[in-house]
Design a protein around this ligand. Structure first.
Ligand SMILES: Cc1cc2nc3c(=O)[nH]c(=O)nc-3n(C[C@H](O)[C@H](O)[C@H](O)COP(=O)(O)OP(=O)(O)OC[C@H]3O[C@@H](n4cnc5c(N)ncnc54)[C@H](O)[C@@H]3O)c2cc1C
Length: 368
């Protein structure tokens, strides 16, 4: 016996759940098939950064549209997702790094955007007084911020379910293919039929694409995170660095979350990921260099999450070029959390054969 829906979504991360919310809100019946549990991978392991700062030019329209949604996220999922406007600041430690920032600022301004602001050392230290002395300036997005990944994915999941979406956890999709004019999606426990399929399988999504004749050079990687015990409040904005891999923020309860992309080791077979302590040491050294107050920090936990990296640093978002009724959204390169509310909308527009409201041609699957 098969079960069926208008749309079957493969993968219950934020992209799958956001797509489900938008499709269900438009009146479609939706089944989400998730191998483990909702947000088991990148969507539950991430740093929660809600950042327009330093977006790839192709992503800027999506990022700006997503930011509007973040500022009213409760209207979409009935929860504020822990979203807080803290600002995000990119720090230049040297004059050469400041020059890199100036070039970036000029490029983005030439495209007609004014959401990134160049700041001098005085404003930098006003925003981030705990920063080590000697930095020369920065780039800031004052309306950026961060949210709680667990609350966010839970909110998207609950909203999807409230709209009637059938979320099947522990359902590994083994294959999907066209059959008599519709899609058949096979799992280890049975199969599902649908008019449309959306491939949101994260760092595993390229395997399905490749099997359907659309090979993409996605490389799975496992960026690591660390979190400290509570500390007295000392930093408001999220801090990034031009010259080092860093994403640094203090939560409302005082814990400090440290990321930046230092890689652990993913096991794509089991979905587990292991810490690389040498790499973690580099991340810790960066933080000690930039924030002297961190010398008294106690590290509580470290983890790694699996994410898909593309050679050009931007995801695949769009229709299949080989199969009718199949759509892809994967390979978010470590910064998909912020754009997840808008990616879901785009995928629902594609599924409904509606006009896509934002430019997605740079994300075409056949660009490689
Ligand atoms: C450590 C870390 C920090 C990050 N920090 C930020 C940040 O600060 N800001 C930001 O914007 N982004 C950040 N990101 C990126 C962001 O988390 C991801 O881009 C985003 O969550 C991707 O969502 P997704 O739904 O595509 O992938 P995932 O969350 O990985 O979801 C894909 C799902 O598909 C499922 N799946 C795979 N194969 C199958 C199958 N065969 N059958 C059924 N289900 C399957 C998986 O189990 C998984 O749950 C970070 C990522 C990591 C790892």
């Amino acid at each position: 016996m098969s079960e069926g829906a208008d749309v079957v979504i493969v993968g219950g991360g934020l992209m799958g759940c956001s797509t489900a919310v938008h499709c269900a809100a438009a009146g479609l019946s939706v089944i989400v098939l998730e191998r483990f549990h909702v947000a088991r991978h990148a969507s539950g392991a991430n740093a929660g950064g809600v950042r327009r700062l330093m977006r790839h030019p192709a992503e800027i329209p999506l990022s700006l549209a997503a930011m509007e949604k973040w500022h009213r996220i409760a209207e979409l999922v009935d929860d504020d997702c822990g979203f807080a406007v803290s600002g995000q600041v990119l720090v230049a430690e040297t004059e050469a790094e400041m020059e890199t920032i100036r070039k970036r600022h000029a490029e983005v301004s030439a495209l007609g955007y004014d959401y990134e602001e160049l700041i001098d050392a005085e404003e930098l230290y006003r925003l981030v007084p705990a920063l080590v002395p000697g930095c020369v300036g920065g780039l800031v997005c004052r309306d950026d911020g961060f949210a709680d990944p667990f609350r966010t994915s839970t909110a998207f999941r609950r909203k999807a379910e409230a709209l009637g979406v059938d979320i099947r956890e522990g359902s590994t999709v083994t294959d999907f293919y066209r059959k008599d004019g519709y899609w058949r999606v096979e799992t280890e426990a049975g199969f599902f039929d649908a008019h449309k399929v959306v491939n949101c399988a994260g760092s595993w999504a390229h395997r399905f694409a490749e099997r359907l004749g659309e090979p993409v050079p996605l490389e799975p990687f496992a960026p690591m995170m660390m979190v400290t015990a509570r500390m007295p409040a000392f930093v408001d904005p999220v801090v990034l660095s031009v010259g080092r891999s860093l994403s640094f923020k203090q939560s409302a309860v005082g814990t400090v979350l440290i990321g930046g992309g230092h890689p652990g080791r993913p096991d794509m077979q089991t979905g587990a990921s292991a810490i690389d302590f040498a790499e973690l040491g580099i991340s810790a050294r960066t933080v000690l260099d930039l924030f002297p107050v961190m010398r008294s920090a106690t590290l509580v936990r470290a983890w790694a999450g699996i994410e898909g990296k593309m050679p050009d640093g931007i995801p695949v978002i769009g229709p299949s070029t080989t199969e009718e009724g199949l759509f892809h959204a994967f390979g978010f390169c470590g910064h998909g959390f912020q754009i997840s509310p808008i990616v879901g909308r785009i995928m629902s527009e594609l599924v409904m054969s509606a006009e896509v409201s934002l430019p997605i041609s740079p994300f075409a699957i056949d660009r490689f």
